[in-house]
Design a binder for this molecule. Structure first.
Ligand SMILES: *[C@@H]1O[C@H](CO)[C@@H](O)[C@H](O)[C@H]1NC(C)=O
Ligand SMILES: *[C@@H]1O[C@H](CO)[C@@H](O)[C@H](O)[C@H]1NC(C)=O
Length: 258
């Protein structure tokens, strides 16, 4: 009789959702440098024992909390030393540390996050992706040396994540397809597009566009190039140098150095 009752209890508890994740909140996209809260809202039956909350990043364990022990949650792997372990998502003793508060985000944290909530009797898990967007550090459109009668335009960007699409346009004409090169350095992309075409006959405005479809991110640079000039950028460069020289001389004058 006792055995039958135990079996019955076992069947009943296993039919219901003993542990259930109600909502997994992981931001789709965050900007590099901002903080993120990844929350795993779950409910469980009172009868459940030995609750363990775990988070995985791309299938590796990165966070673990065992509410039954007095131990603090732990962050591991890529999340080691990047999480505020004091963060409380709920006053409930079983849910207090269910969320991860990432204080130091970076492009390397882009990927799939899985929350797993398990007890002696059951388990539930859910996965969601997060993208950490890094805006370009450098982005320039310039004219390079080319053979007589030609113009070579280059657009270059670096320090961006994820890999952007790059395109070159002219306001005045259709331009040939650009040669695109891209490489990854420390989780960040460096990309360039280059095109060679017949020399300008009149001033011509070029633009370069970077686009990251996953993040709906677009940014542009526009520059007017003039016929005959080797490079518009080098003009700016000399202007900057002469301006610095002027301010330096004025500074010395102000300090009484002659
Ligand atoms: C994590 O997974 C995503 C998606 O599969 C992948 O793009 C990313 O490079 C992975 N990140 C790491 C650090 O393994
Ligand atoms: C992308 O950005 C544009 C302009 O900022 C906006 O109008 C559009 O709704 C966005 N699309 C998505 C899918 O977020």
């Amino acid at each position: 009789m006792k055995v039958i009752l135990l079996v019955l209890v076992w069947v009943v508890t296993n039919l219901g959702d003993a542990v259930k994740i109600n909502k997994l909140r992981v931001p789709d996209i965050i900007k590099h440098g901002s903080q993120a809260i990844l929350d795993c809202d779950f409910t469980l039956d009172d009868s459940e024992t030995d609750l363990v909350v775990k988070w995985y990043f791309n299938k590796s364990l990165v966070y673990q909390w065992i509410p039954g022990t007095k131990n603090r949650p732990q962050s591991l792997g890529v999340l080691k030393d990047r999480v505020n372990l004091e963060y409380q998502a709920s006053p409930d003793a079983n849910s207090k540390h269910r969320a991860i508060h990432i204080v130091r985000t970076g492009p390397d944290l882009s990927g799939d996050y899985t929350c797993s909530v398990s007890t002696m009797e059951s388990e539930d898990r859910q996965t969601k992706g997060m993208l950490v967007l890094v805006s370009e550090k450098y982005f320039e459109l310039k004219r390079l040396k080319a053979d007589e009668g030609f113009i070579r335009v280059q657009c270059r960007a670096d320090g961006i994540y994820p890999a952007p699409l790059i395109s070159l346009h002219s306001q005045q004409r259709e331009i040939p397809e650009a040669a695109v090169e891209s490489r990854k350095l420390n989780h960040l992309y460096e990309i360039s597009a280059q095109v060679t075409m017949p020399e300008l006959e009149r001033p011509e405005e070029f633009s370069c566009k970077l686009h990251i479809p996953q993040a709906n991110y677009t940014t542009r640079r526009e520059t007017v190039f003039y016929p005959g000039l080797a490079s518009a950028t080098s003009n700016n460069y000399w202007l900057t140098i002469s301006m610095s020289l002027v301010s330096c001389i004025m500074g010395l004058h102000y300090l009484g150095v002659h």
